[in-house]
Design a protein around this ligand. Structure first.
Ligand code: SF4
Ligand code: SF4
Length: 137
């Protein structure tokens, strides 16, 4: 995948903070120690796990600028290990996915038949096509 036309991470550093990155021994919600002054200080030499990651907003032509993760408060992404569609929020703002704009998007994805899960640290919630949502088990 590559960034969609006209898109770039810009000032967003959400994946450097909200995501757990096992390879860097970085827990969810803690900013990576190599992120300084709002950018990766080791960008040319950043680990492969960072080179490989692109969130859904960055690669999708269908997600408008207000969905950039730092603007909407959650990272939209595919679960690398299943067919789940995730909205990953910082543990400090675990319910950011309930923002009306974001929830409407998650609902539309659920209605398309995908399994939609919102996550924040160790917490997770399933969003159903009916509009119901609740803790994921
Ligand atoms: S969350 Fe997406 S837009 Fe933000 S820095 Fe990471 S890849 Fe770029
Ligand atoms: S190494 Fe750079 S790109 Fe990777 S998480 Fe840290 S600051 Fe972000």
């Amino acid at each position: 995948m590559t960034a969609a036309l006209g898109k770039s991470c810009g000032a967003c550093t959400m994946c450097c903070s909200a995501l757990e990155i096992v390879e860097l021994k970085k827990p969810a919600g803690r900013m990576c120690g190599d992120c300084r002054a709002g950018r990766c200080a080791i960008y040319p030499d950043r680990p492969q796990i960072c080179r490989d990651f692109e969130c859904e907003w960055l690669t999708s032509r269908n997600l408008a600028p207000p969905f950039r993760p730092d603007r909407v408060g959650a990272i939209l992404m595919e679960d690398p290990d299943s067919d789940e569609y995730w909205a990953v929020c910082p543990p400090a703002k675990p319910m950011a996915w309930r923002h009306p704009r974001l929830f409407a998007h998650l609902l539309a994805v659920a209605k398309s038949g995908r399994t939609v899960v919102a996550k924040a640290g160790l917490q997770s919630w399933r969003v159903f096509a009916s509009g119901d949502w609740g803790p994921s088990v």
